[in-house]
Write a protein that binds this ligand. Sequence first.
Ligand SMILES: [Zn+2]
Ligand SMILES: [Zn+2]
Length: 77
Amino acid sequence: MSRWCNNCGVKLPNRNAKRTYNGYKVRNLCKSCWSNPTDEDRCDAITKKKVRCKLRKDPESKGGYCGMHRNKMERGK
Ligand SMILES: [Zn+2]
Ligand SMILES: [Zn+2]
C-alpha cells in the first residue's frame, strides 16, 4: 500500500507511514513537511531566544506545546 504526503504529495517510504509521535499515529507527512510544521501545527512556546519554538505540537498537549515544552509548562501547574 502506497502513501503520499498530505501536504506536498510526495510518495512516502513505507516505514514513514508507521511513524508515530509520542505514540500517536501521525497524519501522512513526508520528512520535510514533518520537520517544518505550519504555524498552526507548531508549539506555542517562546524559547529563551524569544523566538517561537519550531517543534511540532504534541497532540496530547492542551496548551498547544511540543512534548518538551509540555513537560515544562504543564507539569508545574
Ligand atoms: Zn510533504
Ligand atoms: Zn516547544
